[in-house]
Ligand binder design. Sequence first.
Ligand code: 6PG
Length: 266
Amino acid sequence: MSEFVPTIQKYPDANAMAQAAAQSFVELAKKAIATQGRFSVALSGGSTPAALYKLLASEPFVAQLAWSKIHVFWGDERCVPPDDPESNYRMANETLLSHVGLPPENIHRIRGELAPQVAAQEYEATLHKFFLDAPVARSFDLVLLGMGSDGHTLSLFPGSDATKQEMILLSQGTQAQQRWVVANYVEKFSTWRITLTTLPVNAAANVLFLIAGADKANVLQKVLAQPPEPPLLPAQLIRPTNGQLLWMIDAAAASLLDKSATEGQA
Ligand code: 6PG
């Protein structure tokens, strides 16, 4: 696998990082809408992106976005109803979607209330239809990602079946044959999740990791510093084929990184 060098931008704190991410979101959306007439974004769950979503729902960012031309998807979802406190949809709806008047048909929710396999198949069909069943050529204009302190991203947790399958396909060079969406049982939480596989993420035009907090420093150093051949942690499986990969990190998460590894903002 060729040497892959992601871009890493460091910010003084999580707020500065969220501001930069909001600016990037607006720039990417404007460009996609100008060239394609629409902007497709897969939102991340967890807690980190909430600050970004709140910024996008407020001035000056909210007025800069043609919300009727924006299509919102998710990178993963917990297998819970949309009003459950654990729901990634609920978090995005409370911080962003309910404030910006997105047409309902532009919100492509993963129906976590369904049986896991059914939810995965339904969401995968939605993605194939939206992206016109392109083999792998293009998927989202932007995928937002977070990372857990165990190196998981999306709901690809270390040692889970979906991650094991990713590693096998990678070793065989047959990633193109895999599903776009799978149901994945997560032992550490004793629960099912619905998750994108790396295939549609690595086919995206832009992938943006948002990483904040000292609790991520140790794993971030491993993910970024250690030559991932083969990748040992799920986050290392994210390598856009033709798209851009950008890591936005705050100083606390970057504390163990070699200074030369990051483009200084902090
Ligand atoms: C989820 C996310 C997950 C998240 C990481 C980091 O459903 O939880 O998709 O991959 O990005 O767990 O979460 P924090 O931002 O809360 O640290």
